[in-house]
Structures are given as structure tokens and as C-alpha cells.
Design a protein around this ligand. Sequence first.
Ligand code: KIV
Ligand code: ZN
Length: 510
Amino acid sequence: MGDKVYFFDTTLRDGEQSPGASMNTAEKLRIATQLETLGVDIIEAGFPAASEGDFDAVKQIADNMEKSIVCGLARALPNDIKICAEAIKGAKHPRIHTFVSTSDIHLEHQMQKSQGEVLEIARESVKLAKSFCNDVEFSAMDASRTDPDYLCRVFEAAIDAGAGTINIPDTVGYAIPEEFSQLVKHIIKNTPNIDKAIISVHCHNDLGLATANTLAAINAGARQAEVTINGIGERAGNTSLEEVVMSLTTRPNFFPLTTNINTKNIYSISRLVSMITGIIVQPNKAIVGANAFAHEAGIHQDGILKNPMTYEIMRPETIGLNTNKLVLGKHSGRHALKSHLLDMGYNLSDEELNIVFKQFKALADKKKNLLDEDIEAIVTEGILRTTDVFRLEYLHVTSGTTVSPTANVGLSINERPVEGTDSGNGPIDAAFNCIAKLTRTQSDLLRFSVSALTGGTDAQGEVTVRLREKGLTTLGRGADADIIIASAKAYINGLNRLDYLKAHPVKYKV
Ligand code: KIV
Ligand code: ZN
């Protein structure tokens, strides 16, 4: 077992399974590019058999990555494996990741198969995957609730059939660190051909133990960590990349191990994923939360001023957090903006820079000092959301103590202009009613929240909505110095996402 820990990022697959977090192909490609810059070893780009959208996204990512291995997920079914092989075949470094459940609970209640049958399915699936692709990973789903001796026999068969990585998922987030570490040691000791494979772990966070379990497994000999940015994922999420990376980096004596991750890119990708998915990072989230480096207590502030090491175990710069927050203003030129965007992790084309620069100037006329958060909001709305069907052209509202709130809205729908007027019990309600009528949509607004992107009364408001229509749920996000416009942008962003989901039905999610 070597001293390098490989990072396998599944933000685009398990992460996308967070409720409402669906991403389109362009958004996924943008994240994949940043994951490669971050130094992620393996990018799990999606589950190609799940939908045409997933297939396309995996293919695009496979065709475009240079260094990272691009992996597609496939159930242990011949058709899934063939579709996956097709999607990743253009990659410089392709991988097929196939999986089957191994716990008694799953075998009895979900699959109605015997242990012997499942063992053969695992062997045959890896063999088939191997006929298409040299790099094959095998996962025993619900491994942490599987009989450990049976698990060793399944892994032995998978390695025998050609799997170079065997993954131990804690699918339901049930494991406890000490016990999970014992399981890894048991597998190392009792799987005869284990030296031919890398041991991987994939933890879910149902008990808040995903990072602890992953680190315990690494300590026991696992050398691949399956993670997501900001810990997003199914239910309570997956192990978060930033927590594992910074634990290894901050405690090198405890973990004498190396990684390929360039920690300086952690903050920018955290923001990017949050902006694209609409999933807000909780303020007290380790490493990337807004308060992760904020010191409130007087005694702490005093210590930090004397020497940051008194109360800070890692420097914000290590994760690429810009502590010198004041950035650009009305007089800043294109060049300054371009170079600041590069520092923030956005390498924009000339055409993209033109769009951002125009919006930057418009905002700088309203707001004196533009901070990173303001610039990020412009990039997200101007560049990252590329395939919009519905676009806001203008919005006028009337409201007050003695008038009935009304909104007059102009949209373009697939580049065709439409306009209308409607009323509501407040200006936002009036704007939403009008937008719903113009777009002929009937979504339910499940959640609506507003926060300020930065401090000050001239701060941009950031609005997040959660919408549901015909069983599909999505998030929408918008920012503007005027919170009614921000609300309309968030609502329209949500409608665009719903439109994408309707056009790309998902057949199956893991
Ligand atoms: O949680 C899980 O078991 C998975 C597998 C597909 C690896 O996501
Ligand atoms: Zn999972």
C-alpha cells in the first residue's frame, strides 16, 4: 500500500442526487474542469444509463478532460455497462465503476437473490466492464452492513475478474469510525488477492460521521476516498472533499500521506458548486463555511492579531480564501477584472469576459465596492447558466401601503419577447404570478429565502427558491441589488431548471 491517497470526486453523480441539485451538461463540464484544476484523480461524471442527459454529460466530460480519470457509473447489468463504456470511450483515462448490493437486507428484500448469485453477478460484471475498459472499479453496495467474510469473497472474485479498485460504501451512513476501520483491516487480512487492488471508501453522512469514517478507513489502509464538494449528496450527503483533504494536510504527522490536491482551489470550487446547484453552504460548515475563519470572541481576536497560530489551525489562504476582501470598483478595467477572476478560479474566454465586464460596470454604478461575492454572482448569472429558455428582460412593480401590488414583466422565451401584468398580495407574489402566467407553468413554491451577499445596505440580495412541478423538484437562485429583481431571477432560474428536467427525464437513480 502506497502513501498516496487518491481522491475520487462524485459531486456530479452522488452530489447531483441531492434534492433539487440537478445540473445541465454545460454546468457539469464547468465543474469537471475545475475539479481537474483542483487535482482530483478521478471524476465520477455521472450514471450514463440513467438518462440521455447523463449520458451526454459523461461523454462531454470524458472527451474534454486531460489529466483526471473520467469514470461512469453502471449497475451490474450488461446493458448499463455497455452504455457506460460507450459514454467514457473518448476519455484519455477512462474508468467503469460497476456496483451491486451485498448486504443480506438488500439481497433478501430488494434483489431476492442468494449470496452465491450476487457473487457471480459481481464477477461477470467486472469481467464485462474489463472487456471494454482496462480500469474497472467495483463497489459492494451497503458494504458496511454486509457479512464481512462474504464481502471478502465478493471482493476476491471482483479482483480476480480484473477490478483494480474495490470500493467499500457505507451506503446508508450507518458505520462508526472504529468499526469501519476494523472492517477495512478485516478485508485487507482476509482477501487473498487484495494487494492487486486499491481499497476505496465511500461514506454517507447520515450520522454526521462521513469524514470521521473516511479518515479512519485511510488510517487502516484505504487509499482512495470518494467525496463530494461541500459534502453534497443523497440524503445527508457524502464525505466532503475539503474536510478530508484539509485533515490530511493539517495533520501530516498523524497522516504521513500525500495527495494530488491543490488546496488553494478549494474555496473557489466550493463556491462554484454552491452557485450552480443552488445549495447554500451552511455558515458553520468546516473549511468552506462563511464562519469557518471568523473569530468572534475578544480573546480569540486578540490572540489572532498577535499570532494567527494561537487560534487558527490552518490559514485561510491555504484554501484560496481571499482575506483582503475589497476588490474592484467603478474604475477597474477589463484587465484587472480578468486577472481577479483568474485568482478566483474562473478562466473565462474573451466573449465570456465581455458579458461579465458589462454587468460588472452596471453593478459598479449602483454599488461602490464590489466584493468577490458580487463578482461571483455576476459570473454565475451571466456565464454559468447557459441554456436558459426563459430570460428576464424587464420588471416594474408598484406596491405600497395604499396601492394594490402589481407587476409588469417582460420575458424572452426561447428568444421570443412576451410581456404581461398581474397582481398579488405583495410585489414578489405579483411578479411570480405574472411570470407563471407568461411561462404557462404551474409550479408550487416550496421554499423562498433571501439573504445579503455581503454587508452594507447597498449589498446585493440573494434569493433561493425551491420549486416543484409534476413531481420534479428543483432549486433556483438569483442575485441583484434589488431583492424583487433577485426574486424574479431566482424564480426564472428555477423554471429553467424544471424545463431542463422535463426535457431530460431520469430513468433511474442509485
Ligand atoms: O452509496 C453508495 O453505495 C453508492 C454506490 C453506487 C457506490 O453511491
Ligand atoms: Zn453513495
